[in-house]
Design a protein around this ligand. Structure first.
Ligand code: 5GP
Length: 195
């Protein structure tokens, strides 16, 4: 594909979305979160637990913003529900590679919406006896909370909009946008029609 064709393709994906947080704004906030987590854990030896798939880009950037020895592990979760709603019924699609017993765990999550997924995850991790568990969420939508979960490290608080980009998807698309934006209803309808 030529450069011009590539640019046209990229622009058409970006046209589906109204930018909420630019690449630069996210990079700045991720640096601050990394410093905050490092200050809260001066001894290091953390386990960053990235919840897949939505947090993979955030976790990669956050890990590089924490100047401490740490391990990174991934937990695949999928929530049964529609394309824009989570049901709170969660399935572990791929588990951690190592035990977290006695470890200081920081869960890295893309967004906390109803809180149901995170409540499930906290209960599940508690059975594995970590020394401590904190949550670092890039985004929180408090107006939709059904369960309040303690978010020790929070990127941005957003209103009730369906957002995509920087790891977040709509029907597995848009994860590769470098910014976070609100998906236009027209794009949701187009995907619903299979176009
Ligand atoms: P919760 O269980 O808190 O309602 O939802 C958690 C999961 O639902 C998130 O990890 C994310 O996968 C998905 N989710 C909730 N709100 C949004 C949103 O605005 N955009 C996207 N792309 N996913 C969302």
């Amino acid at each position: 594909m030529s450069d011009a064709a590539f640019q046209r393709r990229a622009a058409s994906i970006e046209d589906d979305v109204d930018v909420l947080y630019s690449q630069e704004a996210i990079a700045q906030r991720v640096r601050e979160l990394g410093a905050e987590i490092a200050a809260a854990h001066p001894g290091g030896d953390l386990v960053l637990l990235s919840v897949l798939k939505g947090s993979f880009i955030f976790a990669a950037d956050l890990a590089r913003a924490i100047p401490l020895p740490l391990r990174i592990d991934f937990l695949g979760l999928s929530s049964y529900g529609g394309k824009t709603e989570s049901s709170g019924v969660v399935k572990i699609t791929s588990d951690l590679t190592r035990p977290i017993e006695g470890a200081h765990v920081v869960i890295v999550e893309d967004i906390i919406d109803t809180g149901l997924t995170m409540a499930y995850l906290l209960d599940n991790l508690a059975t594995r006896h970590p020394a401590s568990v904190e949550i670092c969420a890039l985004l929180e939508k408090p107006s939709r909370a059904q369960i309040r979960v303690p978010i020790q490290h929070k990127g941005f608080v957003i209103p009730d909009h369906f957002v995509v980009g920087y790891g977040l998807d709509f029907d597995e698309r848009y994860r590769n946008l470098p910014f976070v934006g609100i998906l236009k209803p027209s794009a949701q309808r187009a995907a619903g029609n299979g176009s």
